[in-house]
Design a protein around this ligand. Structure first.
Ligand SMILES: CC(C)(COP(=O)(O)OP(=O)(O)OC[C@H]1O[C@@H](n2cnc3c(N)ncnc32)[C@H](O)[C@@H]1OP(=O)(O)O)[C@@H](O)C(=O)NCCC(=O)NCCS
Length: 374
């Protein structure tokens, strides 16, 4: 037996044409297009079409794609009824996982695993995720969910459903750019989970449920929430140095830093840094951005760790007024584009993903009858 790799580091477990991370140079490509180009010129809807269909859509294709997304924003009343039954303390990621699971039998093509049906299911799921997250936030606060807009784009509609107020164009564009930045990222843990589930020929909804459960953890998507909790715990820029000295001496993991693939700074983080700076200037509240800059300087001097996507997204979302426990659901609202693209790719050339474990326990242990056990 060959030796195992802890955490599958360095193991190539799939081939993909969806996204590529150049970890040495800190670059990321979706379907070969540099993420910097996309975040500057594209929209979440267009980027999603690129990930699913492989090419940028024409304007007619994009119009039709956006129309289908808008038409599928409403979720069945039964799903809202289900949310009303859940304990108010349920985490939004837990709600999302439960709701996606519950949505499967409502999908008109639930038993059809063809590519066409799966693309339709992906449109329905991608359109529905923001509705579920926003509805949950309203319900847990004793408010009635806001009916999705039929004219706002994906990012703007999410903010509208969350607050009941249409966001200004600049705010909506910031969230749209965040969604572009989070849409796909190679064989990250949640995407791998989705592909493993798909590789058993289980259905698309099951694969997305696996992915949501995996994204939730603090070493993956949950890190953005932990970054904000750290910023709040520190409280103000004057306390950063002392806090960081203590955290590094205690060998604490500093959320938002380190990455399995990037050896250079994550290009998505550098964009989010710009967005955080712009929002700080616009709102006149520089506290979270200035603290983030100081934390990054200390971590990079003391530990030489690259900054990752979750670090600046925390202060961006917080400044946009998003509740902290919705940061990871926003990641999911975007990453569902990549997860579903990977599910089709897995189905298109499937082989069961079934690695082996290196067994390190004893063998031939005698069976002790229960009366002789101590
Ligand atoms: C992302 C992450 C899980 C990658 O893990 P990994 O590839 O298994 O790397 P390791 O955890 O083995 O880290 C390698 C070394 O760097 C250190 N390190 C990695 N990330 C660190 C962090 N954020 N803070 C402090 N030290 C860190 C580890 O302690 C380890 O040190 P050691 O060799 O002295 O034990 C890890 O960097 C991490 O936990 N980061 C914080 C969570 C986070 O931001 N996640 C979002 C990722 S996009």
């Amino acid at each position: 037996m060959t030796s195992s790799s802890r955490g599958l580091e360095g193991v190539i477990a799939a081939q993909t044409g969806i996204s590529f991370i150049d970890g040495t140079n800190g670059r990321l490509f979706y379907r070969g297009i540099d993420i910097n180009e996309l975040v500057e010129h594209s929209t979440f809807e267009e980027t999603t079409a690129l990930l699913w269909y492989g090419d940028l859509p024409t304007s007619r294709q994009l119009d039709s794609f956006k129309r289908k997304m808008v038409e599928n924003r409403l979720v069945p009343n039964e799903i809202i009824a289900l949310l009303l039954l859940l304990p108010k303390k349920t985490s939004p990621m837990g709600v999302l996982r439960t709701a996606v699971s519950a949505l499967a039998p409502f999908d008109p093509e639930t038993g059809d695993n063809s590519l066409e049906a799966n693309v339709n299911k992906s449109i329905r799921l991608t359109a529905a995720l923001p509705t579920i997250v926003a509805a949950w936030d309203r319900i847990r606060n004793g408010l009635w969910p806001v009916t999705p807009s039929d004219h706002l784009d994906h990012a703007a509609n999410f903010l509208y459903m969350l607050t009941g107020v249409e966001p200004d164009a600049e705010t909506a564009r910031v969230l749209d750019q965040c969604l572009i930045l989070h849409a796909d990222h190679g064989l990250n843990a949640s995407t791998f989970a989705a592909r493993i589930t798909a590789s058993t020929l289980s259905n698309l909804h099951s694969a997305i449920v696996s992915a949501i459960g995996t994204l939730k953890g603090p070493l993956h998507g949950g890190a953005n929430e932990q970054v904000m909790r750290m910023l709040l715990e520190i409280g103000n820029p004057e306390r950063v140095d002392q806090y960081m000295r203590g955290a590094l001496a205690a060998k604490k993991k500093i959320m938002g830093f380190g990455h399995r693939v990037y050896k250079a700074d994550d290009p998505r983080a550098l964009w989010l840094q710009r967005l955080a700076a712009r929002l700080a200037d616009r709102t006149g509240n520089r506290r979270w951005f200035d603290m983030s800059e100081r934390i990054r300087a200390i971590v990079q001097t003391e530990k030489a760790l690259p900054v990752n996507v979750d670090f600046y997204s925390a202060s961006v979302y917080y400044t946009l007024g998003v509740p902290i426990d919705l940061f990871t659901p926003i990641f999911a609202i975007s990453r569902v584009a990549g997860w579903t693209a990977h599910v089709y790719e897995q189905y298109s050339d499937n082989r069961l993903i079934r690695p082996e474990a290196e067994y390190i326990g004893p063998l031939d242990v005698p069976y002790t009858p229960i009366e002789q056990r101590q």
